[in-house]
Design a binder for this molecule. Structure first.
Ligand SMILES: Nc1ncnc2c1ncn2[C@@H]1O[C@H](COP(=O)(O)OP(=O)(O)OP(=O)(O)O)[C@@H](O)[C@H]1O
Ligand SMILES: [Mg+2]
Length: 440
Protein backbone atom coordinates (compact mmCIF):
# COMPACT_ATOMS: atom_id res chain seq x y z
CA UNK A 1 0.00 0.00 0.00
CA UNK A 2 1.29 3.41 -0.91
CA UNK A 3 0.75 4.69 2.59
CA UNK A 4 3.57 2.48 3.81
CA UNK A 5 6.16 4.06 1.50
CA UNK A 6 6.31 7.47 2.99
CA UNK A 7 9.99 8.26 2.55
CA UNK A 8 11.16 11.75 3.48
CA UNK A 9 8.18 13.99 2.99
CA UNK A 10 7.74 17.66 3.68
CA UNK A 11 4.32 17.23 5.21
CA UNK A 12 3.30 14.68 7.78
CA UNK A 13 1.77 11.84 5.84
CA UNK A 14 -0.71 9.54 7.46
CA UNK A 15 0.54 6.18 8.60
CA UNK A 16 -1.24 2.87 8.02
CA UNK A 17 -1.88 3.00 11.75
CA UNK A 18 -4.26 5.90 11.53
CA UNK A 19 -5.86 4.57 8.36
CA UNK A 20 -6.52 1.18 9.95
CA UNK A 21 -7.56 2.92 13.14
CA UNK A 22 -10.15 4.90 11.25
CA UNK A 23 -11.70 1.85 9.66
CA UNK A 24 -11.72 0.23 13.06
CA UNK A 25 -13.57 3.16 14.62
CA UNK A 26 -16.18 3.15 11.84
CA UNK A 27 -16.74 -0.57 12.31
CA UNK A 28 -17.09 -0.21 16.06
CA UNK A 29 -19.61 2.58 15.61
CA UNK A 30 -21.57 0.45 13.15
CA UNK A 31 -21.53 -2.53 15.48
CA UNK A 32 -22.60 -0.47 18.47
CA UNK A 33 -25.61 0.69 16.50
CA UNK A 34 -26.36 -2.79 15.20
CA UNK A 35 -26.29 -4.39 18.65
CA UNK A 36 -28.23 -1.63 20.41
CA UNK A 37 -31.88 -2.48 21.05
CA UNK A 38 -32.66 1.07 22.26
CA UNK A 39 -30.58 4.21 22.87
CA UNK A 40 -31.22 6.96 25.36
CA UNK A 41 -30.29 10.63 24.86
CA UNK A 42 -26.82 10.57 26.51
CA UNK A 43 -25.83 7.55 24.41
CA UNK A 44 -27.05 9.27 21.23
CA UNK A 45 -24.99 12.34 22.18
CA UNK A 46 -21.94 10.15 22.74
CA UNK A 47 -22.34 8.43 19.36
CA UNK A 48 -22.87 11.78 17.62
CA UNK A 49 -19.65 13.05 19.16
CA UNK A 50 -17.80 9.97 17.93
CA UNK A 51 -19.28 10.44 14.44
CA UNK A 52 -18.15 14.11 14.38
CA UNK A 53 -14.60 13.15 15.37
CA UNK A 54 -14.63 10.51 12.68
CA UNK A 55 -15.77 13.04 10.06
CA UNK A 56 -12.87 15.35 11.00
CA UNK A 57 -10.43 12.48 10.77
CA UNK A 58 -11.77 11.45 7.36
CA UNK A 59 -11.33 15.05 6.14
CA UNK A 60 -7.75 15.05 7.37
CA UNK A 61 -7.06 11.71 5.81
CA UNK A 62 -8.44 12.66 2.41
CA UNK A 63 -6.02 15.60 2.36
CA UNK A 64 -3.14 13.29 3.18
CA UNK A 65 -4.37 10.72 0.68
CA UNK A 66 -4.20 13.31 -2.11
CA UNK A 67 -0.63 14.02 -1.08
CA UNK A 68 0.31 10.35 -1.14
CA UNK A 69 -1.26 9.89 -4.57
CA UNK A 70 0.70 12.83 -5.93
CA UNK A 71 3.92 11.42 -4.47
CA UNK A 72 3.18 8.00 -5.97
CA UNK A 73 2.74 9.56 -9.42
CA UNK A 74 6.40 10.65 -9.40
CA UNK A 75 8.63 8.23 -11.35
CA UNK A 76 11.01 7.29 -8.50
CA UNK A 77 8.08 6.34 -6.28
CA UNK A 78 7.21 3.55 -8.70
CA UNK A 79 10.83 2.39 -9.12
CA UNK A 80 11.38 -0.16 -6.29
CA UNK A 81 9.83 -3.53 -7.11
CA UNK A 82 6.95 -4.56 -4.85
CA UNK A 83 7.98 -6.87 -1.98
CA UNK A 84 5.85 -9.62 -3.40
CA UNK A 85 7.86 -9.90 -6.63
CA UNK A 86 11.23 -10.21 -4.97
CA UNK A 87 12.99 -13.55 -4.61
CA UNK A 88 12.27 -15.37 -1.31
CA UNK A 89 15.97 -15.48 -0.35
CA UNK A 90 16.28 -11.74 -0.90
CA UNK A 91 13.19 -11.10 1.17
CA UNK A 92 14.51 -13.11 4.12
CA UNK A 93 17.91 -11.47 3.71
CA UNK A 94 16.27 -8.05 3.73
CA UNK A 95 14.44 -8.90 6.96
CA UNK A 96 17.73 -10.01 8.49
CA UNK A 97 19.46 -6.82 7.43
CA UNK A 98 16.72 -4.87 9.17
CA UNK A 99 17.59 -6.86 12.34
CA UNK A 100 14.30 -8.68 12.32
CA UNK A 101 14.04 -11.30 15.06
CA UNK A 102 12.76 -14.62 13.66
CA UNK A 103 12.52 -16.48 17.00
CA UNK A 104 13.47 -19.66 15.14
CA UNK A 105 10.88 -19.31 12.38
CA UNK A 106 12.13 -21.13 9.32
CA UNK A 107 11.13 -21.17 5.74
CA UNK A 108 11.29 -19.08 2.63
CA UNK A 109 7.85 -19.83 1.33
CA UNK A 110 6.40 -16.60 -0.12
CA UNK A 111 3.26 -16.84 2.03
CA UNK A 112 5.28 -17.31 5.19
CA UNK A 113 7.55 -14.38 4.25
CA UNK A 114 4.48 -12.27 3.64
CA UNK A 115 3.27 -13.13 7.16
CA UNK A 116 6.69 -12.23 8.58
CA UNK A 117 6.74 -8.93 6.71
CA UNK A 118 3.32 -8.04 8.09
CA UNK A 119 4.56 -9.00 11.56
CA UNK A 120 7.57 -6.74 11.08
CA UNK A 121 5.36 -3.77 10.28
CA UNK A 122 2.82 -4.51 12.99
CA UNK A 123 5.33 -5.25 15.77
CA UNK A 124 6.37 -1.66 16.62
CA UNK A 125 2.77 -0.46 16.70
CA UNK A 126 0.16 -0.93 19.41
CA UNK A 127 -2.40 -2.34 16.97
CA UNK A 128 -4.12 -5.61 17.81
CA UNK A 129 -3.10 -8.52 15.59
CA UNK A 130 -5.19 -11.56 14.72
CA UNK A 131 -3.27 -14.63 13.56
CA UNK A 132 -5.14 -17.43 11.89
CA UNK A 133 -4.09 -20.78 10.58
CA UNK A 134 -4.70 -24.48 11.09
CA UNK A 135 -3.52 -26.22 14.21
CA UNK A 136 0.28 -26.42 14.45
CA UNK A 137 1.04 -23.84 11.74
CA UNK A 138 3.03 -21.65 14.15
CA UNK A 139 0.49 -19.15 15.46
CA UNK A 140 1.99 -18.92 18.92
CA UNK A 141 5.48 -18.67 17.45
CA UNK A 142 4.29 -15.79 15.25
CA UNK A 143 2.81 -14.05 18.31
CA UNK A 144 6.24 -14.32 19.96
CA UNK A 145 7.85 -12.91 16.81
CA UNK A 146 5.56 -9.87 17.02
CA UNK A 147 6.33 -9.42 20.71
CA UNK A 148 10.08 -9.82 20.17
CA UNK A 149 10.21 -7.21 17.41
CA UNK A 150 8.24 -4.56 19.29
CA UNK A 151 9.14 -2.10 21.99
CA UNK A 152 7.70 -4.39 24.68
CA UNK A 153 10.20 -7.16 24.04
CA UNK A 154 11.69 -7.07 27.56
CA UNK A 155 8.23 -6.98 29.15
CA UNK A 156 6.02 -10.02 29.84
CA UNK A 157 4.50 -12.16 27.10
CA UNK A 158 1.46 -13.82 28.67
CA UNK A 159 -0.28 -16.61 26.84
CA UNK A 160 -3.91 -17.49 27.60
CA UNK A 161 -5.68 -20.43 26.03
CA UNK A 162 -9.26 -19.19 25.87
CA UNK A 163 -10.50 -22.65 24.90
CA UNK A 164 -9.04 -24.29 27.99
CA UNK A 165 -10.68 -22.17 30.70
CA UNK A 166 -14.07 -23.29 32.06
CA UNK A 167 -16.73 -20.57 31.62
CA UNK A 168 -17.14 -20.18 35.38
CA UNK A 169 -13.44 -19.33 35.85
CA UNK A 170 -12.95 -17.21 32.76
CA UNK A 171 -13.46 -13.82 34.33
CA UNK A 172 -11.27 -14.60 37.32
CA UNK A 173 -8.55 -16.06 35.06
CA UNK A 174 -8.46 -13.01 32.80
CA UNK A 175 -9.10 -10.22 35.30
CA UNK A 176 -8.25 -11.74 38.68
CA UNK A 177 -10.39 -11.82 41.81
CA UNK A 178 -10.67 -10.47 45.30
CA UNK A 179 -10.39 -12.71 48.34
CA UNK A 180 -13.84 -14.13 49.15
CA UNK A 181 -15.34 -13.18 45.75
CA UNK A 182 -16.57 -16.76 45.33
CA UNK A 183 -16.17 -20.13 47.01
CA UNK A 184 -12.55 -21.11 46.74
CA UNK A 185 -11.24 -17.53 46.30
CA UNK A 186 -9.08 -17.75 49.41
CA UNK A 187 -6.67 -14.97 48.36
CA UNK A 188 -6.53 -11.89 46.19
CA UNK A 189 -5.31 -12.96 42.77
CA UNK A 190 -4.33 -10.99 39.73
CA UNK A 191 -5.46 -12.10 36.31
CA UNK A 192 -3.66 -12.53 33.01
CA UNK A 193 -4.36 -8.99 31.86
CA UNK A 194 -2.67 -7.51 34.91
CA UNK A 195 0.26 -9.90 34.50
CA UNK A 196 0.62 -8.74 30.90
CA UNK A 197 0.64 -5.06 31.89
CA UNK A 198 3.20 -3.18 29.75
CA UNK A 199 3.79 -6.35 27.72
CA UNK A 200 1.77 -8.53 25.35
CA UNK A 201 -1.20 -10.76 26.05
CA UNK A 202 -1.61 -13.66 23.61
CA UNK A 203 -5.24 -14.77 23.47
CA UNK A 204 -5.01 -18.21 21.91
CA UNK A 205 -8.07 -20.01 20.50
CA UNK A 206 -10.05 -16.79 20.74
CA UNK A 207 -12.86 -18.40 18.71
CA UNK A 208 -13.59 -20.62 21.74
CA UNK A 209 -14.35 -17.65 23.99
CA UNK A 210 -18.02 -17.76 25.05
CA UNK A 211 -20.20 -14.76 24.20
CA UNK A 212 -20.23 -13.53 27.82
CA UNK A 213 -16.43 -13.53 27.83
CA UNK A 214 -16.41 -11.70 24.50
CA UNK A 215 -18.47 -8.85 25.96
CA UNK A 216 -16.07 -8.51 28.88
CA UNK A 217 -13.03 -8.63 26.66
CA UNK A 218 -14.48 -5.96 24.39
CA UNK A 219 -14.92 -3.70 27.38
CA UNK A 220 -11.25 -4.08 28.34
CA UNK A 221 -10.13 -3.41 24.79
CA UNK A 222 -12.13 -0.22 24.66
CA UNK A 223 -11.42 1.17 28.12
CA UNK A 224 -8.00 -0.39 28.88
CA UNK A 225 -9.33 -1.00 32.37
CA UNK A 226 -10.24 -4.07 34.35
CA UNK A 227 -11.98 -4.91 37.59
CA UNK A 228 -11.06 -7.99 39.57
CA UNK A 229 -14.05 -10.24 40.29
CA UNK A 230 -15.64 -9.06 43.54
CA UNK A 231 -13.79 -5.73 43.59
CA UNK A 232 -14.95 -2.19 42.80
CA UNK A 233 -11.46 -0.93 42.17
CA UNK A 234 -10.73 -0.01 38.57
CA UNK A 235 -7.24 -0.96 37.41
CA UNK A 236 -5.66 0.45 34.26
CA UNK A 237 -3.95 -2.11 32.06
CA UNK A 238 -1.76 -1.51 29.08
CA UNK A 239 -1.42 -4.84 27.30
CA UNK A 240 -0.79 -5.28 23.60
CA UNK A 241 -3.28 -7.77 22.20
CA UNK A 242 -2.34 -10.59 19.86
CA UNK A 243 -5.07 -13.18 19.30
CA UNK A 244 -5.03 -16.46 17.40
CA UNK A 245 -7.61 -18.82 16.00
CA UNK A 246 -7.97 -21.82 13.76
CA UNK A 247 -11.59 -20.84 13.09
CA UNK A 248 -13.05 -18.49 10.49
CA UNK A 249 -14.03 -15.63 12.81
CA UNK A 250 -15.58 -13.60 10.03
CA UNK A 251 -17.94 -16.44 9.26
CA UNK A 252 -18.58 -16.98 12.97
CA UNK A 253 -19.46 -13.32 13.39
CA UNK A 254 -21.85 -13.56 10.43
CA UNK A 255 -23.42 -16.61 12.07
CA UNK A 256 -23.74 -14.73 15.37
CA UNK A 257 -21.39 -16.96 17.40
CA UNK A 258 -18.63 -14.36 17.60
CA UNK A 259 -19.27 -10.68 18.22
CA UNK A 260 -18.65 -8.70 15.08
CA UNK A 261 -17.40 -5.65 16.98
CA UNK A 262 -14.86 -7.78 18.82
CA UNK A 263 -13.76 -9.35 15.54
CA UNK A 264 -13.06 -5.92 14.05
CA UNK A 265 -11.33 -4.80 17.24
CA UNK A 266 -8.99 -7.79 17.19
CA UNK A 267 -8.29 -8.04 13.50
CA UNK A 268 -6.95 -4.59 12.70
CA UNK A 269 -3.89 -6.45 11.43
CA UNK A 270 -4.57 -9.92 10.10
CA UNK A 271 -1.82 -12.51 9.62
CA UNK A 272 -2.66 -15.82 7.93
CA UNK A 273 -0.33 -18.77 8.25
CA UNK A 274 -0.41 -21.32 5.42
CA UNK A 275 -0.80 -25.05 6.14
CA UNK A 276 2.39 -27.08 5.78
CA UNK A 277 0.98 -28.97 2.79
CA UNK A 278 0.73 -25.58 1.04
CA UNK A 279 4.43 -24.91 1.63
CA UNK A 280 6.00 -28.29 1.01
CA UNK A 281 9.18 -26.57 -0.16
CA UNK A 282 9.94 -26.08 3.55
CA UNK A 283 9.65 -29.73 4.58
CA UNK A 284 13.30 -30.76 3.85
CA UNK A 285 14.64 -27.88 5.93
CA UNK A 286 12.24 -28.58 8.80
CA UNK A 287 13.09 -32.31 8.70
CA UNK A 288 16.81 -31.66 9.08
CA UNK A 289 16.26 -29.02 11.74
CA UNK A 290 13.96 -31.15 13.90
CA UNK A 291 16.08 -34.28 13.53
CA UNK A 292 19.07 -32.25 14.77
CA UNK A 293 17.00 -30.79 17.59
CA UNK A 294 15.70 -34.24 18.58
CA UNK A 295 19.24 -35.67 18.45
CA UNK A 296 20.41 -32.92 20.81
CA UNK A 297 17.61 -33.58 23.26
CA UNK A 298 17.94 -37.37 23.13
CA UNK A 299 21.76 -37.20 23.21
CA UNK A 300 22.22 -39.27 20.09
CA UNK A 301 23.49 -38.79 16.53
CA UNK A 302 20.86 -37.40 14.12
CA UNK A 303 18.76 -40.27 12.82
CA UNK A 304 19.20 -41.23 9.19
CA UNK A 305 16.11 -41.74 7.06
CA UNK A 306 15.66 -44.44 4.46
CA UNK A 307 14.81 -43.01 1.04
CA UNK A 308 11.28 -44.41 1.23
CA UNK A 309 10.69 -42.78 4.63
CA UNK A 310 12.10 -39.47 3.35
CA UNK A 311 9.82 -39.78 0.36
CA UNK A 312 6.86 -40.36 2.67
CA UNK A 313 7.77 -37.34 4.82
CA UNK A 314 8.01 -35.11 1.75
CA UNK A 315 4.59 -36.13 0.45
CA UNK A 316 2.52 -36.66 3.59
CA UNK A 317 -0.37 -34.20 4.17
CA UNK A 318 0.39 -33.21 7.80
CA UNK A 319 -3.06 -32.39 9.18
CA UNK A 320 -1.22 -31.33 12.38
CA UNK A 321 1.19 -29.20 10.35
CA UNK A 322 4.62 -28.27 11.73
CA UNK A 323 3.87 -29.60 15.21
CA UNK A 324 3.06 -33.01 13.69
CA UNK A 325 6.27 -32.99 11.62
CA UNK A 326 8.27 -32.07 14.71
CA UNK A 327 6.66 -34.82 16.81
CA UNK A 328 7.26 -37.36 14.03
CA UNK A 329 10.97 -36.54 13.94
CA UNK A 330 11.21 -36.87 17.72
CA UNK A 331 9.44 -40.22 17.56
CA UNK A 332 11.67 -41.52 14.78
CA UNK A 333 14.79 -40.35 16.61
CA UNK A 334 13.66 -42.09 19.78
CA UNK A 335 12.46 -45.39 18.32
CA UNK A 336 14.88 -46.04 15.46
CA UNK A 337 18.49 -47.12 15.70
CA UNK A 338 20.91 -45.52 13.21
CA UNK A 339 18.34 -45.41 10.46
CA UNK A 340 14.59 -44.84 10.62
CA UNK A 341 12.21 -46.48 8.19
CA UNK A 342 8.47 -46.61 7.47
CA UNK A 343 7.70 -49.11 10.26
CA UNK A 344 8.86 -46.52 12.78
CA UNK A 345 5.99 -44.26 11.80
CA UNK A 346 2.84 -44.30 13.96
CA UNK A 347 0.55 -47.03 12.71
CA UNK A 348 -2.33 -44.72 11.80
CA UNK A 349 -0.30 -42.87 9.19
CA UNK A 350 1.98 -45.72 8.04
CA UNK A 351 1.45 -46.65 4.37
CA UNK A 352 -0.48 -49.90 3.93
CA UNK A 353 1.57 -53.06 3.24
CA UNK A 354 0.77 -53.20 -0.48
CA UNK A 355 1.97 -49.64 -1.01
CA UNK A 356 4.91 -50.36 1.27
CA UNK A 357 6.00 -53.37 -0.78
CA UNK A 358 5.94 -51.34 -3.98
CA UNK A 359 7.96 -48.48 -2.49
CA UNK A 360 10.32 -50.91 -0.80
CA UNK A 361 11.18 -52.79 -3.95
CA UNK A 362 12.18 -49.59 -5.68
CA UNK A 363 14.30 -48.14 -2.91
CA UNK A 364 16.29 -51.00 -1.41
CA UNK A 365 19.13 -50.34 -3.87
CA UNK A 366 19.32 -46.73 -2.75
CA UNK A 367 19.39 -47.77 0.91
CA UNK A 368 22.27 -50.11 0.23
CA UNK A 369 24.00 -47.36 -1.71
CA UNK A 370 23.74 -45.16 1.38
CA UNK A 371 25.73 -47.66 3.48
CA UNK A 372 29.13 -46.44 4.58
CA UNK A 373 30.84 -49.85 4.79
CA UNK A 374 30.60 -53.22 3.07
CA UNK A 375 29.23 -54.91 6.18
CA UNK A 376 26.60 -52.23 6.57
CA UNK A 377 25.62 -52.64 2.90
CA UNK A 378 25.34 -56.41 3.39
CA UNK A 379 23.22 -55.97 6.49
CA UNK A 380 20.96 -53.44 4.73
CA UNK A 381 20.53 -55.81 1.78
CA UNK A 382 19.84 -58.77 4.05
CA UNK A 383 17.35 -56.77 6.16
CA UNK A 384 15.58 -55.59 3.05
CA UNK A 385 15.38 -59.12 1.64
CA UNK A 386 14.11 -60.43 4.98
CA UNK A 387 11.42 -57.76 5.19
CA UNK A 388 10.29 -58.27 1.59
CA UNK A 389 10.10 -62.03 2.18
CA UNK A 390 7.99 -61.63 5.33
CA UNK A 391 5.67 -59.07 3.76
CA UNK A 392 5.12 -61.10 0.63
CA UNK A 393 4.55 -64.24 2.71
CA UNK A 394 2.00 -62.53 4.97
CA UNK A 395 0.26 -61.11 1.93
CA UNK A 396 -0.07 -64.63 0.49
CA UNK A 397 -1.43 -66.20 3.69
CA UNK A 398 -3.74 -63.29 4.48
CA UNK A 399 -1.87 -62.29 7.62
CA UNK A 400 -2.01 -65.67 9.48
CA UNK A 401 1.37 -66.12 11.18
CA UNK A 402 0.75 -69.80 12.02
CA UNK A 403 0.05 -70.52 8.36
CA UNK A 404 3.19 -68.66 7.28
CA UNK A 405 5.30 -70.65 9.80
CA UNK A 406 3.81 -73.88 8.47
CA UNK A 407 4.30 -72.96 4.85
CA UNK A 408 7.98 -72.12 5.23
CA UNK A 409 8.69 -74.61 7.95
CA UNK A 410 9.78 -71.96 10.40
CA UNK A 411 9.61 -71.77 14.16
CA UNK A 412 6.57 -69.64 15.04
CA UNK A 413 8.18 -67.66 17.86
CA UNK A 414 11.25 -66.96 15.70
CA UNK A 415 8.90 -65.69 13.01
CA UNK A 416 7.11 -63.48 15.56
CA UNK A 417 10.47 -62.08 16.61
CA UNK A 418 11.40 -61.23 13.01
CA UNK A 419 8.05 -59.51 12.45
CA UNK A 420 8.62 -57.46 15.60
CA UNK A 421 12.13 -56.53 14.46
CA UNK A 422 10.75 -55.10 11.22
CA UNK A 423 7.72 -53.52 12.87
CA UNK A 424 5.42 -55.61 10.67
CA UNK A 425 1.92 -56.21 12.04
CA UNK A 426 0.25 -59.35 10.71
CA UNK A 427 -3.20 -57.84 11.25
CA UNK A 428 -2.45 -55.15 8.63
CA UNK A 429 -2.35 -57.97 6.11
CA UNK A 430 -5.61 -59.41 7.39
CA UNK A 431 -7.19 -55.98 6.94
CA UNK A 432 -5.93 -55.65 3.37
CA UNK A 433 -7.14 -59.18 2.57
CA UNK A 434 -10.60 -58.34 3.97
CA UNK A 435 -10.67 -55.07 2.04
CA UNK A 436 -9.87 -56.94 -1.17
CA UNK A 437 -12.53 -59.56 -0.40
CA UNK A 438 -15.01 -56.75 0.30
CA UNK A 439 -14.28 -55.16 -3.07
CA UNK A 440 -14.72 -58.45 -4.93
N1 LIG B 1 8.07 -21.73 10.53
C1 LIG B 1 8.47 -22.46 11.58
N2 LIG B 1 9.76 -22.75 11.73
C2 LIG B 1 10.18 -23.52 12.77
N3 LIG B 1 9.38 -24.04 13.70
C3 LIG B 1 8.09 -23.78 13.60
C4 LIG B 1 7.57 -22.95 12.56
N4 LIG B 1 6.24 -22.85 12.73
C5 LIG B 1 5.95 -23.58 13.83
N5 LIG B 1 7.06 -24.13 14.35
C6 LIG B 1 7.11 -25.02 15.52
O1 LIG B 1 5.99 -25.89 15.42
C7 LIG B 1 5.38 -26.11 16.69
C8 LIG B 1 3.95 -25.65 16.67
O2 LIG B 1 3.90 -24.21 16.58
P1 LIG B 1 2.83 -23.33 17.40
O3 LIG B 1 2.62 -23.88 18.77
O4 LIG B 1 3.25 -21.92 17.29
O5 LIG B 1 1.55 -23.63 16.50
P2 LIG B 1 0.03 -23.19 16.71
O6 LIG B 1 -0.46 -22.72 15.40
O7 LIG B 1 -0.07 -22.24 17.87
O8 LIG B 1 -0.68 -24.56 17.06
P3 LIG B 1 -2.11 -24.82 17.78
O9 LIG B 1 -3.18 -24.30 16.87
O10 LIG B 1 -2.17 -26.31 17.84
O11 LIG B 1 -2.06 -24.15 19.10
C9 LIG B 1 6.25 -25.36 17.69
O12 LIG B 1 7.20 -26.26 18.20
C10 LIG B 1 6.93 -24.30 16.84
O13 LIG B 1 8.14 -23.89 17.40
MG1 LIG C 1 -1.15 -22.51 19.71
Amino acid sequence: MKLYNQGATPVSVTSPVSFAGLIEKIEILRSTLRWASKLDRPEIEKLLKQATTLRDEVMGLSHKERFVQAAAAEPEAAAPPPEIERMPRERRQALMERSFIFEGTFGDNPRLLEALEIAEKAAPTELPVLIDGESGTGKELMAKVIHANGARTDKPFISVNCGAIPDSLLESELFGHKKGAFTGASNDRRGKFESAHSGTIFLDEIGELPLTGQVKLLRVLEAHEIQRVGSDEIISVDARIVAATNKDLRRMSQAGTFREDLFYRLSVIHVSLPALRERRDEIPLLVSYFSDEAAGMLRRAPVRLTPRLRDFLLHYDYPGNIRELRNLLYRLSCLAGDTADLPHLPQDIRPKPAALAVVGSGTSGAEIAMATSLSEAKRAASDEAERAFLERGLQEVGGTVAELARRFDMNRSHLQMLLKKHGIHSKDFRASRQAEAGKG
